[in-house]
Design a protein around this ligand. Structure first.
Ligand code: PLP
Length: 436
């Protein structure tokens, strides 16, 4: 007989859950969560620096979100928006039009997952432009369905063995300044990586057959790469000059994570289409494409949609999230959190040679670990050891990055000071133990 509930669940899971659907913390089975604290079935508590991968910006089980879910569930949970529409979806669409950058008329398509939003942004771009080519980036992550997986860059674990991939997808280098693909240094580089798009039209895909450029303003799974100020304005201008749609994938960087509602606002660029998901509905499955009205409205009736897209319970949760942003100053909270994190991470970098780079925007911050600051050889084993060290001491911390050597934080903005301090102290202890 297994003694702990988690032992029983580990055993049962081994029997009945697909191995491919793995967990980073395979022995912690969640019982409840509140704010930035998770409690497991054995009564153990964890500080959550992962936010369910950028989903819980307003915190676990926020009372207003819980209430909105309960209220809507008691009224009805599903009719299918394509059969019988309902108010929460329309209200949410209106709110999304107003919180996204771009002082122009917009329209919204509501879906379920991030990958589905990206897929639909591509479908819409192709339909509107009557072109097929899609340009994406090295180190990008856009999801795991066929087209989204094709746009995703990293091979293992995301693409390995899952081909063939979707056609007409072209990949160019990203502004990964710490490991510049052009071997240059900012600012003397003149941000050639953005100008390179013009050359890309000659060597990879003509502008005339390119529908859209799909880009994360701050790359998420790839390692929180954050381009310089000139990068997106340049890319957007080249797109505009060539009739190519600029699609910002804000699924990880959006909903206040960088201190602004959407990360692309830091660059002053107004995307033609924006994809959102994750923290939009605080854990309820919901995603959306928000874009220029003439583009979104170009599709024939029933050309896009889905059974669950814009589910009423999820939409009600999202409306509560947007209320919380306003009423509880989430953007300010995010900004303050970002400053605290930046200060601490810079001081970690001063102390520990293992940290090669501190980067990100606002509360979307990461540390890239290297074996040697000169050679910049990635240190993925150390990243793994650090996350394991933290987990054993009650801190859930995520790694990411093409080379698996980046430590990122995505904790709820509502994390209490003492929880944050405790979590950072565990991280520091981890760095100290790895540096011995
Ligand atoms: C930038 C970005 N796009 C798309 C996705 C895919 O979202 P989902 O896992 O909801 O399909 C993710 C998920 O991590 C993401 O970070």
């Amino acid at each position: 007989m297994a003694e702990k509930r988690s032992d029983y669940l580990v055993e049962l899971r081994d029997k009945v859950v697909s191995e491919g659907h793995a967990s980073g913390t395979p022995t912690c089975y969640v019982d409840s969560a509140k704010g930035a604290i998770i409690r497991d079935v054995d009564g153990r508590e964890y500080i959550d620096f992962s936010g369910g991968i950028a989903v819980m910006n307003v915190g676990h089980s926020h009372p207003k979100v819980v209430q909105a879910i309960k209220d809507q569930a008691e009224k009805f949970t599903h009719t299918c928006f394509m059969v019988l529409p309902y108010e929460p979806a329309v209200n949410l669409a209106e709110r999304l039009c107003s919180v996204t950058p771009g002082n122009f008329e917009k329209a919204v398509l509501l879906l379920n997952s991030g990958a589905e939003a990206v897929e639909n942004a591509v479908k819409i771009s192709r339909y509107y432009t009557k072109r097929q080519g899609i340009i994406c980036f090295e180190h990008a992550f856009h999801g795991r369905t066929l087209l989204a997986m094709t746009l995703t860059s990293k091979v293992k674990p995301y693409k390995f063995g899952f081909g063939p991939f979707a056609p007409e997808v072209y990949r160019m280098p990203y502004a990964y300044c710490y490991r510049c693909p052009f071997n240059l240094k900012y600012p003397s580089c003149g941000v050639q990586c953005a100008d390179y798009l013009k050359e890309f039209f000659i060597s990879h895909v003509p502008a005339e057959t390119t529908a859209a450029l799909v880009v994360e303003p701050v790359q998420g799974e790839g390692g929180f790469m954050t381009p310089p100020p000139e990068y997106f304005p340049k890319l957007a201008e080249i797109c505009r000059d060539n009739g190519i749609l600029f699609v910002a994938d804000e699924i990880q960087s959006g909903m206040g994570r960088t201190g602004k509602m959407f990360a692309i606002e830091h660059w002053g660029v107004e995307p033609d289409l924006i994809t959102v998901a994750k923290s939009l509905a605080a854990g309820m499955p919901l995603s959306g494409v928000i874009g220029r009205k003439e583009i979104m409205d170009s599709i024939h009736q029933f050309g896009v949609g889905g059974t669950y897209g814009g589910n009423p319970v999820s939409c009600s949760a999202a409306l509560a999230v947007l209320d919380i942003f306003k009423e509880e100053g989430m953007l300010q909270k995010s900004e303050i959190l970002g400053k605290k994190l930046r200060e601490r991470f810079e001081s970690f970098k001063d102390q520990y040679e293992l940290i090669g780079d501190v980067r990100g925007l606002g509360a979307m911050l990461a540390l890239e670990l290297v074996k040697d600051r000169e050679t910049k050889e990635p240190a993925p084993e150390e990243a793994k050891k650090l996350t394991q060290f933290c987990y054993e001491r009650g801190l859930v911390l995520l790694s990411c990055g093409t080379f698996g050597n980046v430590i990122r934080v995505l904790m709820p903005f509502v994390i209490m000071d003492e929880e944050l301090e405790k979590g950072l102290a565990i991280m520091e202890e981890g760095f100290a133990s790895l540096s011995k």
